[in-house]
Design a protein around this ligand. Structure first.
Ligand code: NAP
Length: 505
């Protein structure tokens, strides 16, 4: 399908301009102009979303499932155009964009199946007990209801799966909530073509045009206006700790505070237990190097920390990891800003008196070469900044003098999206000791795997205690993600005809 770009916002089903334009900064291909977002456009989009909520929240599950599938189909119709502009804007290879598109359409269809099945409503009934003494009990039935318009911030590192029609949008639309997306300025063209797909689905399904809006990147006032708009009832965000925390604080300070579901990343520690290191250290080094450099390390699940027991196996592991990373060429990063932040993070660690740089490759301006550094548990415990994420292909080896020290480091960690145990049967007792600590630190715990590559399914948790996310009771990936945009309502003593469609189990 041939696709034209308007360079505009989508508000209330209409493509519209802003007061000015900004130029995109693609990794390759033409520089394009896009309308700048404004506070007024945000207000219009939120008003349209609120107007849409009245009818959209009352659609049947089958109608919403049809809508989600229609979005997936319309994205596929535009597949070629999406990959072409996506690769230009982000520098990600076509194979990655194609895979991410499949993940995005898969997510939409998974949510369609999930709501059609209906268990997410968590319906509970306390039947009336008219003869109960000393007082009768009325009929009470509870179910989950959509919360209202949801704001979504597109992520720079997943231009499809965590952006315009990505996981947050799919979960909110599945729940029955209209969505206002703030597009990321790193991929405005990709965002617009996906928004065109969503609009086509809205039209083919005959839904209210306010169900979905895209405001292209503007200045900080756009994001601020979006999270503080009184019509917005929750926010889905993937991005930096600084940005996420600023927006979280704005949500908490509103006259009516709202939940801010921020996924802010982590260093995803791996504990390399001695049995596994002795049996297959070289294999682990190769696996780590591959996981660390995948997508130029621009994954929130990038395993940035390997904790090892000091000794000859640790020495060999470090040597093998350096050798494997040396084979990986510099890769283009998503934006100039992200490349600059990577270089700054690398320099900060390398300049630390208790950190030893092992590999620091050279890379052109918007690119990153793999980096490896090492330190000790004692240094790590003394300076918590060593545990801060450097977004990119950078690994830090932490040497422990004993298993006790390894456990001490685990206890000192901040909240993480993932934690990994590399273990053999001989390591079982050590793993059993570490597990209760790691359960309190991470949303997902892996054994003998690497955390990059997050399955989208029923059992996945992509979240964790702060600062991995701003709400450790939630996940932004998998069907459980829908719960972020639902609220339980109890209906007491309702006549059957007044109950919402789904209220009878
Ligand atoms: P970001 O700076 O957090 O920005 C994400 C979105 O939030 C953008 O739309 C941004 O708007 C908006 N925003 C940020 N701070 C704001 C504020 N104070 N007020 C209003 N809006 C605000 O993330 P990014 O641009 O994707 O990348 C920057 C850094 O984030 C990276 O270097 C990396 O460290 C980290 N990152 C982490 C992950 C992860 O998964 N953990 C993913 C991506 C990025 P503007 O475009 O107007 O700034």
């Amino acid at each position: 399908m041939s696709v034209s770009l308007y360079g505009q916002h989508l508000v209330g089903g209409v493509w519209c301009d802003g007061p000015g334009v900004f130029a995109s900064s693609p990794a390759s291909g033409p520089v394009r102009s896009f309308a700048v977002g404004t506070v007024e456009l945000v207000d219009q989009a939120c008003a349209a979303a609120e107007a849409a909520f009245a009818s959209y929240a009352r659609t049947s599950r089958a109608e919403r499932a049809r809508f989600l599938r229609a979005i997936a189909d319309e994205i596929e119709v535009r597949a070629e155009a999406i990959t072409e502009i996506g690769t230009q804007e982000t520098g990600l290879p076509a194979a990655r964009l194609n895979g991410e598109r499949g993940r995005t359409t898969g997510q939409l269809r998974l949510f369609a199946d999930h709501i059609a099945e209906g268990a997410y409503l968590d319906r509970r009934v306390d039947p009336a007990l008219p003869d109960r003494q000393p007082a009768p009990r009325p009929d009470i039935r509870m179910m989950q209801r959509p919360i209202g318009p949801v704001a979504v911030f597109g992520a720079s590192n997943f231009p499809l799966a965590f952006s315009t029609a990505g996981g947050d949008t799919a979960a909110a639309l599945a729940a029955g909530c209209p969505v206002v997306v703030k597009g990321h300025s790193a991929h405005p063209g990709t965002a617009e073509i996906v928004a065109q797909a969503v609009l086509a689905a809205i039209l083919s399904c005959g839904l209210h045009s306010g169900v979905f809006a895209l405001i292209q990147g503007g200045k900080r006032d756009v994001g601020t206006a979006l999270v503080t708009n009184p019509l917005i009832k929750a926010v889905g965000f993937t991005g930096s700790l600084v940005g996420g925390r600023a927006l979280f604080d704005l949500c908490a300070q509103r006259p009516e505070p709202i939940p801010f579901f921020g996924e802010l990343g982590s260093v995803n520690p791996m504990f390399m237990l001695p049995g596994a290191m002795s049996a297959r250290g070289a294999e682990l080094a190769a696996g780590w190097a591959a996981s660390l450099t995948m997508g130029a390390g621009q994954f929130c699940t990038n395993p940035g920390l390997a904790v090892v027991l000091d000794g000859p196996d640790a020495d060999a592991f470090v040597t093998d990891t350096v050798a494997a990373l040396t084979q990986v060429a510099a890769q283009t990063m998503l934006t100039d800003g992200i490349a600059a932040a990577y270089r700054a993070g690398q320099s900060r660690l390398a300049a630390h008196p208790d950190v030893r740089p092992l590999l620091q490759g050279e890379a052109p301006a918007r690119a990153a070469a793999p980096a490896l550094l090492e330190t000790t548990v004692a240094a790590f415990l003394a300076d918590h900044t060593l545990g801060e994420e450097v977004f990119g292909p950078l690994g830090l080896v932490v040497r422990a003098r004993s298993l006790d020290e390894m456990a001490q480091l685990a206890r000192s960690l901040q909240g993480q999206l993932t934690a990994t145990l590399h273990m053999d049967p001989a390591d079982l007792a050590t793993a059993q000791d570490l597990l209760p600590v790691l359960e309190r630190k991470a949303g997902r715990i892996l054994v003998n795997g690497f955390p990059t590559g997050v399955e989208v399914g029923e059992a996945m948790v992509h979240g964790g205690p702060y600062p991995a996310s701003t709400n450790f009771g939630a996940t932004s990936v998998g069907t459980l993600a829908i719960r972020r945009f639902l609220r339980p309502v109890a209906y007491q003593n309702f006549p059957k005809d007044l109950l919402p469609n789904d209220a009878n189990p």
